[in-house]
Each structure stands twice: as structure tokens, then as C-alpha cells.
Design a protein around this ligand. Structure first.
Ligand code: PHE
Ligand code: ZN
Ligand code: ZN
Ligand code: ZN
Length: 282
């Protein structure tokens, strides 16, 4: 797997920040900064040769959008999906939540083309709308699939908040939640281990888009660097950062800007995403 250049991921985050600045300070469902974010990610993937489509839905009287991008080739009966939500809350630009996951899977997608990766499985990416309003976009996507199409998705990997400023290194627990995949958990853990980074398992339950896939019985996994939770002293010992403070003090606030990202955590998670995709899709 390629080592992901964090500068490329940061450049994508700068783009999300600019979009927010030009659109009233957020990228929320039903606001112009959301569609601008969709269009920008789509343009990058189109230029790289992905087959993209925008799926519209309605929630709360506003149109929402999912972006689906297929990497050409691979076994269409054996699909690996990676996703994250592209919407922010209305309070701010949503750079850690979830510009980080969105930008990281975008860069991993672009590196598939750049390196000429030829996976045996088919690889599909999703950027979800209206997660912040109750997993609306991802749920709409899963419900839009026929039973047959749904059964072809063998794994779903979710990335929501991967650059928290006071980071933890959490891997979704296979046993701690519905449809958790031990294979995905272990591949993500192995990715961190190869970089010498200690991890903890976490039960994220229904708090992000993987839950929409889990409800259909699709095996799920993911990583997370923490939100409003407080870092313990034991965690600060092994991971650095500040004990007694939130992993992300700007969670759902206007200060969730490009200043609210830990570049080391962002880089490590992006590298682990690539490690796991290359391992799972080969
Ligand atoms: N989904 C939450 C949000 O967007 C954040 C979160 C992600 C919480 C993963 C737990 C696990 O606000
Ligand atoms: Zn890297
Ligand atoms: Zn959020
Ligand atoms: Zn989120």
C-alpha cells in the first residue's frame, strides 16, 4: 500500500475550509456549502477516472446529496466500500468532523489511480449527506439498493473524525456493535501496529454512517480519533496530548477549522486506510 502524503490530505481540508468561508461558514445539509463540497470532490474523482454519480434525497424540506464513486474493475459481485459523511453541522465548517474522513478517503481513492492499483475486488466510495441529522444520506443509499446489490457489498469501512487535535487512536470494536467485522477490525489494528501506534477498541454504536450498513447486515469497521470524550491520563501516557481534556474541544463548534486538526493523527489514519484497503481488496 502507498504511504499517503498528509500534505495532499491537508490540501483537501483547505479546500473544504475555503468552500465554507465562501458559503456562510458551514457545509451543512441544505446549505450551499454542502453542494459545493459534493461538486468539488466529484470533480477530483472524475478527473482521476472514477465513475461517479450524485444521489439526491429529501430531508427536512431540503435536498440532500450522496456522492458515489466506483473505481473501474474488480469483481462486481464482491464489493468493498469506504465512506464518510461530507456534511457539517450549521455551527461551523466541520473540518475535523468530517472534513478529515472525507479528505482522507478522497486521497486514498486518488492514490489508487496514481499507483495503478488493480484490486481483485470492486472498490466503491461514498460521501454521505445529512449524517448530522440522523444518518439520513447513508440510510437513503442503503435503502435504495436492491437485496441483490446490497448482498454484493462484503465490507463497509467508515471514517468519521480522523484528525482530532488531542487524538485517541480508536478502532471500531467488532464485538462491541451490530455487524462488526473482526477481519476489518484486525486489518485496521495491524495497520496501526505496523506504524508502532497503540490502539484501543471503541463501541461507536449508532453514532455514524456505518450503522446504516450494519442494519442491513453488511460487515462494518472504521477508525476514530475522538469527539467530546475526555482523554484519560493513561491515554495521554501512550498517545501524548492532554489528559483531562476533550479529544476535540471544537466538536460541533465554529472553531472546527483547519486549525483544529492534528497532522500526525490525520497522516497515520490515512496511511492505515490505504493499508486496509489494499489488504482487504486484494
Ligand atoms: N458521528 C458523530 C458526529 O458526526 C461523531 C462520531 C463519530 C461519534 C464516530 C462516534 C464515533 O457528530
Ligand atoms: Zn503518510
Ligand atoms: Zn458531527
Ligand atoms: Zn461526524
Amino acid at each position: 500500500a502507498p504511504n499517503i502524503n498528509v500534505a495532499n490530505v491537508q490540501a483537501h481540508l483547505n479546500q473544504f475550509q475555503s468552500i465554507s468561508n465562501a458559503n456562510g461558514g458551514n457545509r451543512a445539509h441544505g446549505r450551499p456549502g454542502y453542494l459545493a463540497s459534493i461538486n468539488w470532490v466529484k470533480s477530483k474523482l472524475d478527473a482521476a477516472g472514477f465513475a461517479t454519480r450524485v444521489q439526491s434525497f429529501t430531508y427536512n424540506g431540503a435536498t440532500g446529496y450522496n456522492l458515489i464513486a466506483d473505481y473501474p474493475g474488480g469483481d462486481l459481485n464482491n464489493v468493498v466500500m469506504l465512506g464518510g459523511h461530507l456534511d457539517s453541522v450549521t455551527a461551523g465548517p466541520g473540518i475535523n468532523d468530517n472534513g478529515t474522513g472525507s479528505a482522507s478517503i478522497l486521497e486514498v481513492a486518488l492514490q489508487m489511480t496514481a499507483t495503478g492499483f488493480r484490486p481483485t475486488k470492486h472498490v466503491r466510495f461514498g460521501w454521505w449527506g445529512a449524517e448530522e441529522l440522523g444518518l439520513r444520506g447513508s440510510t437513503f443509499y442503503v435503502n435504495s439498493l436492491s437485496t441483490t446489490e446490497r448482498s454484493k457489498i462484503k465490507s463497509y469501512l467508515n471514517f468519521d473524525m480522523t484528525g482530532s487535535p488531542n487524538p485517541g487512536y480508536f478502532v471500531y470494536s467488532a464485538s462491541g456493535q451490530p455487524s462488526g467485522s473482526l477481519a476489518l477490525q484486525q486489518s485496521l489494528q495491524a495497520g496501526f501496529q505496523s506504524k508502532g501506534v497503540a490502539t484501543e477498541l471503541t463501541s461507536v454504536g449508532g453514532r455514524s454512517d456505518h450503522a446504516a450498513f450494519a442494519r442491513s447486515g453488511i460487515p462494518v469497521g472504521g477508525t476514530f480519533t475522538g469527539a467530546e470524550g475526555i482523554k484519560t491520563s493513561a491515554q495521554a501516557q501512550k498517545w501524548g496530548g492532554t489528559a483531562g481534556q476533550a479529544y476535540d474541544r471544537c466538536y460541533h463548534r465554529s472553531c472546527d477549522t483547519t486549525s483544529n486538526v492534528n497532522a500526525t493523527a490525520l497522516d497515520r489514519n490515512a496511511d492505515v486506510i490505504a493499508h486496509t484497503l489494499w489488504a482487504v481488496a486484494s
